[in-house]
Each structure stands twice: as structure tokens, then as C-alpha cells.
Design a protein around this ligand. Structure first.
Ligand code: KG4
Ligand code: ZN
Length: 342
């Protein structure tokens, strides 16, 4: 089965064609980050308008890359939630309209299920069951995964998501949006031992997270190192970035170890934008080797938002006989553990 995937839930327009026999046939992505950087974060209305501008050209590009006539797919998958309502509407209404015009079935995909299954696109995919750490701009969740749609939430963030914490810490240090990659870049030049930041909620049992205290700690540290003009010297910016990254990575690793031990599973999957973080990958590789487990993640461009993960997730559900009716449904809030299993 050949499936067209469309992702427009936030600030990336992603399109891809996935074939269940041949794998990924083509994909294209447009990131709006430059436009939003000027405002220090995603401006929802601008995001929706830019998706409208970019989606049709990206569809043409993807079919051309795949060497296929436009419409030569068996079905269409589009992100129907969670995400920004206006942004979601662009992908959902376009996906639905194309499905109607081409006489094909279509399905709305859960964005986080897309992230969770993205490592399945790699050469050595994980096998069910596994533990998944979902770390994106909007979510931080530890999930027991027994199969597609069989998700049991083991823990989640009680306040900010990990990616959101990266973005806010970056802002405090005067770095651009999105902050995750920039914190990582500066942290690489930092002295990881100069500051010691707290590891929130690791001194008590459980697998929930909280990043708001860490955010305050970062702000206080940054403020105490500003000169009369409010400027922090470049090396101190790197040192604070390193301490912050170290604290987040360490906290995530401690909770992931607990999840492996609680489930007895031997595989850990990390997905979502923050799973692109090199330090996180290194730290988790070390942890899983001690636990005699294995770590799985997607290539960096499939950790952040993309169309391939939506095409893949939609394809699995369509193959199982699922599809949605003609109504254009978007769900800005949509708990992962309410999905049907296949
Ligand atoms: O999955 P994603 O593209 O979008 C959402 O579904 O939210 O994740 C975006 C988030 C942003 O907060 C960004 O700062 C973070 O992922 N991110 C990173 C890295 N690359 C992206 N955080 C830490 N290190 C990175 N290398
Ligand atoms: Zn995402």
C-alpha cells in the first residue's frame, strides 16, 4: 500500500509518500522557523497561512521525487491532532479534499503516534513491546508500547515539555528560537562542571517530570551573571547551557531507567524533536548498556516534525482496515492513550 502523508500541526509543513513494500519513496519539508524566530516563538495565525502557501508546492515536489503521477497513491494520511487548530485545518482539509478528488480513503493520524513510530523507518527498527520516551516541544511522556494503539502512560511532565524548557532556557540566555539546537550547540563549548543544576523529581519514586523549577534555576543563574547592560559573557552562556542540558538529559535518563526496570522491557525508543539531542543519545546509550537493553531513534530529520512519520503511521492503520469518514476532524487536544489499537 502506498500512502501520502501530510503534516501541518505546528511550524513545519511536511509531505511524504511511504510504500509498505518499498519503504519511503519521497519526502519534502518546509520549516517556518526563520519566520517565527523574529517573534521568539510560533505565531499560530502566521503558521496557518504559511502552511497554505507551502503545502501544494511540497505535494508537487514529493510526487516528482517519488517519480509518481500526482494522485498515484492508495490512500492519504494527515495529522489531525494534537497541535494548533488553524495549522491542523490546512493539512486535514487538503488531505481530505485530495482523497475525495482522487477517490481514495483517508485517515487522520495522531501527531505523537507519528513521532513514536518514526524509528520504524530506520534500517534496524525496534520490535513491540518497548518503552518510548516522547520528547517534543509540546509533550514529555514515557509510554509502555505493546503495539500500535496499545499505549499505557507511565509518566509525563506536570508542567513544561522538555522541548519547551529548552526553548525557554535559550530565550533567557538570549539565544534564538527554537532553542533546543542552539542550547546543544553552546553546551558543546561549555564547562559542564561549572554549575550544578537540580534534577527535578528524581529524589522520589515515579516517572513523572517537572521542568519549571529548572527553568527558574536557569533564569536566576543567568540573571546573577549579567553585566550592567544585562549581557552575559559568551563563555558563561555556554556554561549555563551545558549545565541546563546536563540536568535535563540526566533527569530523562533516570526516568527512562525506571521505566525499563518497571516494565522489564529490553528496548527504549526515543522520539520527538528533543530526541535529536546528541548528549541525550550518548547518555541513554550508556544507561541502556548497563541495563542490557537497546536504544532506538530516528535519523535527526525524522525526530522533528516531518511527513514521513505521518505517512508511515497512517499506512499501518489503513493496512489494518481503519479509515475516517468524510468529515474534516481536527483535535487540538487528543490524549495518546485514547487511540484504538489495530
Ligand atoms: O517534535 P518537534 O519538531 O515538534 C513538536 O511536536 O513539538 O519538537 C520541537 C522541539 C523544540 O522545542 C526544539 O527546541 C526541540 O524539539 N529540539 C531540540 C533539539 N532539536 C530540536 N532540543 C534539544 N536538542 C536538540 N538537538
Ligand atoms: Zn512534533
Amino acid at each position: 500500500m502506498r500512502v501520502l502523508g501530510i503534516e501541518t500541526s505546528c511550524d513545519e509543513t511536511g509531505v511524504a509518500i511511504f510504500d509498505s513494500e518499498k519503504g519511503l519513496l519521497g519526502d519534502a519539508l518546509y520549516s517556518q522557523v526563520k519566520m517565527h524566530a523574529e517573534y521568539g516563538g510560533v505565531v499560530p495565525e502566521l503558521a496557518s497561512r504559511d502552511h497554505v502557501r507551502k503545502l501544494l508546492p511540497l505535494l508537487d515536489e514529493t510526487f516528482a521525487k517519488a517519480g509518481l503521477e500526482k494522485g498515484n497513491v492508495d490512500a492519504i494520511a494527515y495529522t489531525s491532532g494534537p497541535g494548533l487548530i488553524g495549522a491542523l485545518m490546512v493539512g486535514a482539509s487538503t488531505g481530505r479534499a485530495l482523497a475525495m478528488a482522487w477517490g481514495k480513503p483517508a485517515i487522520g493520524v495522531h501527531h505523537m503516534e507519528g513521532h513514536l513510530l518514526a524509528p520504524m523507518l530506520e534500517a534496524e527498527p525496534p520490535e513491540f513491546p518497548f518503552v518510548a520516551l516522547l520528547v517534543s516541544g509540546g509533550h514529555t511522556q514515557l509510554v509502555r508500547v505493546d503495539g500500535i494503539g496499545q499505549y499505557e502512560l507511565l509518566g509525563e511532565s506536570l508542567d513544561d515539555a522538555a522541548g519547551e524548557a529548552f526553548d525557554k532556557a535559550a530565550k533567557m540566555l538570549g539565544l534564538d528560537y527554537p532553542g533546543g539546537p542552539l542550547i546543544a550547540k553552546h553546551a558543546a563549548k561549555g564547562d559542564r562542571a561549572r554549575f550544578r543544576f537540580p534534577r527535578p523529581m528524581t529524589d522520589r519514586p515515579g516517572m513523572d517530570f517537572s521542568f519549571s523549577g529548572l527553568k527558574t534555576f536557569t533564569l536566576n543563574t543567568a540573571n546573577s551573571h549579567r553585566d550592567a547592560e544585562g549581557v552575559i559573557d559568551p563563555q558563561t552562556v555556554c556554561d549555563i547551557a551545558a549545565a541546563f542540558e546536563e540536568a535535563v538529559v540526566d533527569t530523562l535518563a533516570i526516568k527512562c531507567r525506571r521505566a525499563l526496570q518497571a516494565t522489564g522491557f529490553g528496548q527504549l525508543v526515543i522520539a520527538g524533536g528533543v530526541s535529536a539531542n546528541q548528549r541525550l543519545r550518548e547518555r541513554l546509550e550508556l544507561m541502556v548498556s548497563k541495563e542490557r537493553a537497546r536504544l532506538f531513534y530516528a535519523r535527526p530529520e525524522f525526530c522533528t516534525d516531518n511527513g514521513a512519520m505521518i505517512a508511515y503511521a497512517g499506512c499501518q492503520r489503513l493496512l489494518a482496515g481503519q479509515s475516517d469518514d468524510l468529515a474534516i476532524v481536527t483535535k487540538p487536544r487528543w490524549p495518546l492513550n485514547t487511540l484504538d489499537s489495530i
